[in-house]
Design a binder for this molecule. Structure first.
Ligand code: NAP
Length: 257
């Protein structure tokens, strides 16, 4: 897979990124089937396979249960070979989510993520939106805190996993990377992608396979073709803990390019 520019960040990412929700959390998720969290050997195997297949981009979050600690322990190869995207704002504990977008919580979360991931920098940190994108960006301390962390060199880029068009457009103005939803059934955030493409900002797509609610291999192929027909896409983040699915997804990517 040929790497793509992540907007103007100077980072280059594989067009297929690996989502890691399923590495550490199986409660309050929207997948079609219940699943067991994979053991260390299975997580190591999927990370090694991803690396072998040319994937360098990992999407994770403190809200993904134990995913970050596991990546910290199990990530193969040199740290610099990976582009790690983490998040701030959502807290998942005792089976439920809560949110804190304060300045202090943002700093404390990034410091904890650095410890969990056993690294001294994060490539990108996204605000994990609760839905009130504009309110979070305008009224909370998180945006300033991320700018400070970038100035201090602890994070290389910042952005938001946004949920609204107005929020996504503001992210494109103020930040380096936007993570937006797009798939065969939902394209409301297209204006965000268009604006990001024109502004040379990084665009990560989440839920491109409708969180697994797709029909067979043809559904995966149609979904991926659709996502990569959209403007500005740097990478599509697909969550999987199944090595065969990972191989299929990379094969489809390769046949498209
Ligand atoms: P997704 O990538 O659209 O779908 C993932 C689901 O698709 C998994 O259940 C996976 O199951 C299945 N899948 C993957 N490849 C497949 C294939 N070839 N054939 C059949 N099924 C396949 O949805 P998502 O996990 O909701 O989102 C992707 C990533 O985006 C997440 O892991 C996360 O990193 C990020 N995300 C972020 C936010 C946010 O607010 N920031 C929200 C949602 C997601 P198997 O494990 O069986 O392959």
């Amino acid at each position: 897979m040929e790497l793509r520019e992540l907007g103007s960040t100077g980072m280059r990412v594989s067009p297929l990124g690996l989502g890691t929700v399923k590495f550490g959390r199986n409660e309050q998720v929207k997948y079609p089937a219940a699943f067991e969290i994979p053991d260390d050997a299975a997580v190591t195997a999927i990370l090694e396979l991803a690396r072998e297949l040319g994937i360098n981009l990992l999407d994770t979050a403190p809200a993904y249960g134990t995913a970050q600690q596991r990546l910290g322990r199990l990530l193969p190869g040199p740290r610099e070979d990976w582009v790690i995207v983490s998040k701030v704002g959502e807290i998942f504990a005792q089976g439920r989510s809560s949110f804190d977008f304060s300045h202090a919580h943002t700093l404390a979360t990034v410091e904890q993520s650095l410890r969990d991931l056993q690294t001294d920098y994060l490539d990108c940190v996204l605000i994990h939106s609760s839905g009130d994108d504009l309110q979070i960006l305008e009224k909370e301390g998180v945006l300033d805190a991320l700018k400070e962390l970038k100035d201090r060199g602890l994070i290389r880029a910042h952005g938001m996993s946004s949920k609204t068009v107005a929020g996504g457009l503001r992210v494109v103005e103020e930040m380096d990377v936007v993570m937006a939803t797009a798939n065969l059934e939902y394209n409301d955030e297209l204006p965000v992608l268009q604006t990001a493409a024109a502004a040379r900002k990084g665009v990560l797509i989440k839920k491109g396979l409708m969180s697994g609610h797709i029909q067979g291999l043809e559904g995966v192929r149609a979904s991926m073709r659709h996502v990569f027909s959209l403007p500005g896409v740097s990478s599509m983040i697909v969550g999987t803990i199944d090595p065969d699915h990972l191989r299929q997804n990379v094969a489809i990517m390769d046949e498209m390019t």
